[in-house]
Design a protein around this ligand. Structure first.
Ligand code: TMP
Length: 213
């Protein structure tokens, strides 16, 4: 049996993570590996239901819906179900799990963006998911102007509750991601996502080479 590996893709809005998750899954399947693609928030029926709540908010409450701590708990609850029902069983049978966003999104958005401490976010993760971390986290970074162009093509019907937060919030998110990659280089690979999808895909395959040999 092959050893299962857990790969997360992270980055701000419009970084191209979903396209890269798909291309990576196709490449790994081409090598004969059992690959599961999934996303956060979501991935299981229970977590997808929490995703709908988190991204749409509650009608008629003026837009906030939850205070920052409640929001962080909801993300941790969705992740707990996802880890328990999908990610751990897949890894246990030797599959590769490719996850579009994971724990570092909570650190960057609810922490860097929303002001919760990194220690608090880690505590929620320890309680919800026993602190499970990916083998490698691919941080896809794009310039703000390219992200805006891509979002204009993608979000033709407007952005969701979190994507629609102001520029200052998203700048804090990007700064937080960059800081994590700098302080934990063994856990992160920084990927330049400014090129076309195939160029970015090639950078991702190069970053994964040590795990594939
Ligand atoms: P996306 O999957 O389309 O990128 O949308 C998910 C949104 O949720 C995105 O704005 C990032 C945000 N998010 C958090 O704020 N915290 C988290 O822990 C995760 C997984 C996502």
């Amino acid at each position: 049996m092959t050893t299962g590996r857990f790969i997360a893709l992270e980055g701000g809005e419009g970084a191209g993570k979903s396209t890269q998750a798909r291309l990576l899954a196709e490449a790994l399947r081409g090598k004969g590996l059992d690959v599961v693609t999934t996303r956060e928030p979501g991935g299981t029926a229970g977590a997808e239901a929490i995703r709908t709540l988190l991204l749409n908010g509650v009608e008629g409450d003026g837009g906030e819906s939850w205070n920052p701590r409640a929001e962080a708990l909801l993300f941790a609850a969705a992740r707990s179900d996802h880890v328990h029902r999908l990610i751990r069983p897949a890894l246990a049978r030797g599959a590769w799990v490719i996850c579009d966003r994971y724990f570092d999104s909570s650190r960057a958005y609810q922490g860097g963006g929303g002001g919760l401490s990194d220690a608090d976010i880690s505590t929620l993760h320890a309680i919800g998911s026993e602190g499970l971390l990916p083998d490698l986290t691919l941080l896809v970074e794009v310039s703000p102007s390219i992200a805006v162009e891509r979002l204009a093509l993608r979000d033709t019907e407007g952005s969701d509750r979190i994507g629609g937060r102001d520029r200052a919030y998203h700048a804090r998110v990007a700064g937080a991601f960059a800081a994590f990659a700098e302080t934990e280089p063994a856990r992160f690979a920084r990927i330049d996502g400014n090129g076309n999808p195939q160029e970015t895909h090639a950078l991702i395959l190069a970053a994964l080479a040590p795990l594939l040999s």
